[in-house]
Design a protein around this ligand. Structure first.
Ligand SMILES: [Zn+2]
Length: 376
């Protein structure tokens, strides 16, 4: 979010520099990166401070002020601090506000071919009611920093990638059409009920509580794999549902569930449960509203590839912070709704393996960070 202030009354000296220690590493990084592109902001004044900002505003830049003033929302900062990707989230926010302040950049809501925002300077009213989340990490990050300082219109190669997986050696380790059994929990209590009806697995939540329904032990996510499910849900337009995989409250390993969720009729969320909101909120017209859609995730060579109805829509890298471990695969069902799963198939790159027999089934309260559309 950018605010233009035409005040002639200056309370501060133009050289005033007041940056609390929480923000200093990101300001330093910005100045260092800026030098690579021919800027030098070492002698510029700057004030950064915490504020309680309304309307889900994460940060504000008063960029016509001398020195520049940046306000960071206390609640947003605290939310970000509790997440696995705190560093990138905070750097993204500071770089956006410093982009307004030092680089005089305005908002730009151009979208790349793969649905990513062209720039971390996206903001204000976003097209198709998308969230402003930037997948500011991994192989994308260097591009976003270069774009910030150069406004390059070069098309990054990853934004036009169409991956081909023709010669994958993998074994089917789960194949379930729910005609006679289920690899996920069947049962009922005061919070949910699940059963097989008309050849589909159905899971109904009876309260506002969202659940994960999980199969543990079938898939070893440290191997490469492919998961494909066909599902639909009777869910509110603001709720999200879909596929999860990784680790949940395992005792041995901390929770890290990668997710691929439909939200409303045209949005897909891609993310990880311990990060702040999804990495990206994609808008797509490939989804059939209120009908079954096929969701698939492929892990290959430390990358995740996401598909809707057999069409590739996005990819992400795994790294030392956001990695993949655990053996859980399953679904997320929002509160007061029913999920229907027509079939599920899981294949794994594991020589000779047909099926593991150590499977445990469980139903767990969904715990991922609440999704808020933050403005900046
Ligand atoms: Zn902004």
């Amino acid at each position: 979010m950018v605010i233009i202030l035409f005040s002639s009354c200056e309370e501060w000296n133009i050289k005033t520099y007041n940056v609390p220690s929480e923000f200093q590493p990101y300001v330093d990084k910005f100045k260092t990166d800026a030098k690579k592109y021919g800027y030098n902001f070492d002698d510029k004044g700057l004030i950064v401070r915490f504020a309680d900002l309304d309307n889900n505003i994460a940060g504000l830049a008063y960029y016509k002020r001398n020195p520049i003033l940046i306000e960071i929302d206390r609640e947003y900062w605290a939310s970000a601090s509790n997440t696995k990707n705190a560093h990138d989230i905070k750097e993204n926010l500071l770089f956006h506000e410093l982009g307004h302040g030092f680089l005089q950049r305005m908002h730009d809501n151009t979208v790349l071919a793969n649905g990513d925002w062209k720039t971390i300077m996206c903001g204000d009213k976003l097209p198709n009611d998308r969230a402003s989340n930037i997948n500011y990490r991994g192989f994308r990050k260097a591009y976003y920093i270069e774009e910030l300082f150069t406004r390059t219109n070069d098309t990054p190669a990853w934004s036009t990638l169409i991956p081909q997986f023709d010669n994958i050696d993998e074994n089917v380790i789960l194949q379930q059409d729910f005609s006679s059994g289920s690899d996920w929990t069947i049962g009922s209590n005061s919070l949910y009920e699940s059963s097989i009806e008309n050849g589909a697995y159905t899971f109904t939540t009876k309260t506002s509580q969202a659940f994960y329904v999980l199969n543990k032990g079938t898939l070893n996510t440290s191997n490469d794999f492919y998961i494909e499910v066909r599902l639909k849900a009777s869910a509110g337009l603001d709720d999200s549902f879909g596929l999860v995989c990784g680790s949940f409250n395992d005792g041995n390993t901390p929770t890290s569930l990668h997710y691929f969720y439909q939200k409303g009729n045209n949005h897909m969320y891609i993310g990880e449960s311990e990060c702040l909101g999804p990495f990206i909120d994609l808008y797509t017209e490939i989804l059939h509203p209120n009908e079954f859609n096929t969701f698939a995730i492929r892990k290959y060579n430390n990358m995740l590839y996401y598909y809707i109805n057999d069409t590739f829509i996005y990819h992400n890298d795994l790294d030392e912070i956001i990695n993949m471990y655990g053996s859980q695969i399953g679904f997320k069902i929002p509160g007061n709704s029913t999920l229907y799963v027509d079939y599920a198939e899981v294949r794994e790159n594991s020589t000779g393996l047909k099926k593991r027999n150590t499977t445990e089934l469980s139903v767990e309260k969904a715990t991922e960070k609440k999704v808020i559309h933050w403005n900046k």
